[in-house]
Write a protein that binds this ligand. Structure first.
Ligand code: ZN
Ligand code: ZN
Length: 424
């Protein structure tokens, strides 16, 4: 960190909490969404995020939004369904609402999601019921999700510290201190703890783009991951015509947006049939209310043939049994160990943050935008290039400060990309 950066951070800490929150809201609207005058905005948030939702709503109207529509989720209401709902409830999802959201996207609305719900909310519930609800929601929201994953619209995700989440991240602190600490960690990770966050994000985006351009020029056929402890020795074949992405993207509606705040990753589409070897997760995975620890998996010809975990193994097995594509990869991503999130040493129990702390892979659905011309292809064309399809997309961390990554060329030769977790 340079002298001027230190000064900038000090200055940031002199702001009131309300001012800091306002900065995050401004970055969410200007950088995350790139919201245009005349657009509608559809926002979803946990009810604890109300102060941030209101700030974002203000900035959205200042940017010229014609209508901001907010939907809230409430943890006790979610739990009431598990406690008192009839069994049929767990195969049910509001199709009418998801259809309406898809219709809003098609008529030009932008989408903002606030992350921050209690990651362990459903950990005590029947995993079969949790899984049924997720499948019902995935099916009902397929149309809306496709518009998002194909980047047809501008969208972003930002985070809000909530008490239950904060207690999980900082278990030894009283709840008010834990929330305060989590907010600070979110501000730093989201790159707004500087003098001029909008300029910071423009620079950060340009750096990510440089890395993406380098990787796209290489045309590797595979990546090889090997950890010093030998627990990971994995070859991830890349899809034919794969495209690397990272940082900002120009959506199908022509608007430039940063889909994740924070974001530190360069990612692409693996080949669904060309993944072989063993891989050990380097961080626990928080999945739909359960924590899965020490995941260890063996791939053969792209498919998981063995999966174990020291905790949450039943959740893992249920997850990879969701459908045919759930045992195969839909994403591979490179993140240097020096990323601010990795350096913070905080385990966030939230993919938005944890996936930006380490190189990772994702089970399930591939991003069609990570293939040349992919956004215009149908399912059969995408599959022919090796892109996976599934109802799920779940990222889990495999990178660490002891991970070496090589890029493998089509002729079988290879070159080092990352050594001990850092770009070569
Ligand atoms: Zn990722
Ligand atoms: Zn992902």
């Amino acid at each position: 960190m340079s002298r001027s950066e230190v000064a900038a951070v000090t200055k940031f800490s002199a702001l009131t909490f309300e001012q800091k929150l306002d900065r995050l809201a401004e970055v969410a609207v200007k950088i995350g969404l790139g919201l245009r005058a005349g657009q509608e905005l559809v926002m979803t948030a946990p009810i604890d995020a109300l102060p941030l939702v209101r700030r974002i709503t203000e900035h959205a109207y200042k940017a010229g939004a014609v209508l901001v529509t907010n939907f809230y989720s409430d943890d006790p209401a979610i739990l009431a369904r598990y406690q008192y709902g009839p069994d049929a409830s767990f195969d049910f999802a509001p199709v009418w609402l998801q259809d309406g959201i898809a219709a809003a996207f098609k008529s030009g609305a932008a989408r903002l999601a606030i992350a921050g719900a209690n990651p362990a909310l459903l950990s005590g519930q029947d995993p079969a019921r949790v899984s049924r609800v997720n499948i019902a929601v995935s099916k009902a929201s397929k149309q809306a999700m496709e518009l998002i994953t194909r980047h047809e619209i501008n969208w972003t995700i930002v985070a809000c510290a909530t008490p239950e989440w904060a207690k999980l991240v900082f278990p030894n602190e009283p709840v008010d201190i834990a929330v305060e600490k989590l907010w600070e960690a979110i501000f730093v990770a989201s790159r707004i703890a500087v003098d001029d966050p909008v300029a910071e994000w423009q620079q950060h985006g340009a750096k990510l783009k440089q890395r993406v351009d380098m990787l796209n020029a290489k045309r590797f056929s595979a990546l090889h991951f090997k950890s010093a402890d030998g627990l990971t020795d994995l070859t991830v074949g890349l899809a034919d015509d794969h495209l690397w992405a990272g940082g900002g993207t120009t959506a199908g509606n022509g608007i430039y947006c940063q889909p994740n705040i924070p974001t530190e990753e360069c990612f692409t589409t693996p080949h669904k049939d060309r993944v072989d070897g063993i891989v050990r997760a380097s961080k626990p995975l928080s999945h739909q209310g359960s924590l899965i620890e020490n995941i260890s998996v063996r791939f053969e010809a792209g498919k998981i043939v063995e999966a174990t975990a020291s905790a949450g193994e039943d959740v893992l097995n249920r997850l990879i049994s969701t459908d045919e594509g759930a045992r195969r990869l839909g994403e591979v991503a490179l993140v240097p160990h020096s990323s601010p999130i990795a350096q913070s040493g905080v385990l966030f129990w939230n993919t938005l943050f944890d996936e930006n702390a380490a190189s990772h892979i994702a089970l399930g659905q591939a991003y069609s935008t990570c293939l040349i011309g992919g956004e215009k292809m149908d399912a059969a064309q995408l599959a022919a290039l090796g892109a996976n399809s599934s109802l799920i997309h779940v990222d889990w961390m495999i990178g660490s400060g002891s991970m070496d990554v090589h890029g493998v060329n089509p002729d079988g030769t290879s070159e080092p990309l990352m050594r001990r977790g850092e770009w070569v």
